[in-house]
Design a protein around this ligand. Sequence first.
Ligand SMILES: [Fe+2]
Length: 313
Amino acid sequence: MAKKVGGPEQLLVEELQDLFDAEKQLVRALPKMAKAANDEELTNALRQHLEVTKGQVQRLEQVFQSMDMRPRSRPCKGMQGIVEEGQQVISEEREEGIQDSAICGGARKVEHYEMVSYESARSLAQQMGMRQAAQLLDETLREEIQTDKQLAQISKRLVKGTSSGRRTESASRETSRSGGRQSSGRASGRSSSRESGGRSASGRSSGRTRLSGRPLTDHEEIRRWAEERNARPSCVKRTGGRGDTGMIRLNFPGYTGEESLQDISWDDWFGKFDEKNLALMVQDSTATGERSNFNKLVSRQTAQQRPRTRAAG
Ligand SMILES: [Fe+2]
């Protein structure tokens, strides 16, 4: 197909060549970002997106083929800038939770850049009646939107976690809510164990509700604590695979988000627990003396940093 200088087709080709380079840059950058992230959900999201990105490179090759063109890339300066910024973030020393927020923010910048680029390319392809190309570009656009949504949720949680350690007022408000939910013995979506670098049970347990967390790392102790509450070792579905256990959780009977979890053996659970250097923050009883299911997976470093005592309130 002949190139028409300055026409919409050339614009589309340039956009595609740009994207082809951008995606390949990301295939190199995403493993570094995943490695630098402390939060397991973020790490897994980045790893999953790496696989998706590899597929997107292939899909772009199909787009070129549908236009009877050989896939070629041209340096995408925009992506280069965002990736360089991301590498800068990784190299800086920060608190775990803040570091994760920064990595997540960088990843979202990537997604937004791609979303706009794919949207432009898809519109141009549609305009020129290139149905197959438009359809392929639309598929990738949807994947990028989905990834951004996922990252936005993680970011929201991370930012909350970061600020809960700093603002005692809001932290104690939050504990009042989550403590009440868990004390009912019906672990809700947020009260199955969650992993986070920047947030811990003790960080949240302050003030009014007088809940205190203690960190557990001993396998026997953890197992006993869980079994007393009929909680089963589990992982979040679709976060593992190929010999990887995925994101571990404790599954409590009646937990409303049960369908998102799958049972695993204690051996696998502890394997991941030790590999990720985690500690389980737990509460034994609520302020009113009922048995508490409150638990949270945090890094051992975080567990050590946070005092076991309640914050003044
Ligand atoms: Fe992409």
